[in-house]
Design a protein around this ligand. Structure first.
Ligand code: IMP
Ligand code: MG
Length: 175
C-alpha cells in the first residue's frame, strides 16, 4: 500500500522551537562560544537553522557520522563512529552535540562517551526530536525541541531510505 505522510510539525512550529532552543543555549553558554558538532546526515538542516539563531557565535562547526543502526547495533547497544574528531577540537571546549532525533539513544550515548574521553570543559546535547518510547540506553538531553510518538518521522533533514530529507516540515509515515 502507498505510504502516506501526515504532518506533525509546521514550518512555524519548527522555527519557533529552533528559536527557543537557541535562546536556551545562549543563556547557558554565558558568552563562551561553543564548538557545535552535528551528527550527519539527519541534523544538517536543523544545525543550519540553529546556528543562525545563536547569538553567541560558535567557535567551530564540526560534523561527525556514526553507523546507522541495524539489528547488530541494537543488540550490541553500540554504534560505530565513522568520522571521528581531532582531540584538539574538543579538549577544554564547550561542546554542543546536535542531533535530529534521539530514538534508542545508542547513537548519542556512543558519541557522548567518545567525546567525554577527550575531556571537554562542558558537553551538552541538543536534539530536535526525542522519541522516548524506544529508548535502550539512558541519555541526558539538555535541549529538546519536541517529544514525538513512536512513529517513523521524516522531513527537515530526516529521511526514510534517503527520501524526504528536503521537506521543510516534519511528517510521520503512515500506512
Ligand atoms: P538512536 O541511535 O536509536 O537514538 O537513533 C538515532 C538515529 O536513528 C537518528 O539520528 C536517526 O538518524 C535515526 N532515526 C531514529 N528514529 C527515526 C525516525 O523516526 N525517522 C528517521 N530516522 C530515525
Ligand atoms: Mg541521525
Amino acid at each position: 500500500m502507498e505510504k502516506q505522510l501526515v504532518r506533525l510539525f509546521s514550518r512555524e512550529e519548527i522555527a519557533a522551537a529552533v528559536k527557543r532552543l537557541a535562546r536556551e543555549i545562549d543563556r547557558d553558554s554565558e558568552n563562551r562560544s561553543p564548538v557545535v558538532i552535528g551528527i550527519l546526515k539527519g541534523s544538517f538542516i536543523f544545525i543550519a537553522d540553529l546556528v543562525r539563531n545563536l547569538e553567541t557565535p560558535p567557535l567551530a562547526i564540526e560534523f561527525t557520522r556514526l553507523s546507522s543502526y541495524g539489528s547488530a547495533t541494537v543488540s550490541s547497544g553500540r554504534a560505530e563512529i565513522l568520522a571521528g574528531l581531532p582531540e584538539e577540537a574538543v579538549r577544554d571546549r564547550n561542546v554542543l552535540v546536535v542531533e535530529d532525533i534521539v530514538d534508542t539513544g545508542i547513537t548519542t550515548a556512543t558519541l557522548l562517551e567518545y567525546l567525554q574521553s577527550y575531556r571537554p570543559s562542558d558537553l551538552k546535547l541538543c536534539t530536535l526530536l526525542d522519541k522516548p518510547s524506544r529508548r535502550r540506553v539512558e541519555v541526558k538531553i539538555d535541549y529538546r525541541g519536541f517529544t514525538v510518538p513512536d512513529r517513523f518521522i521524516v522531513g527537515y533533514g530526516i529521511d526514510f531510505d534517503e527520501r524526504y530529507r528536503q521537506l521543510p516540515e516534519i511528517y510521520t509515515i503512515e500506512e
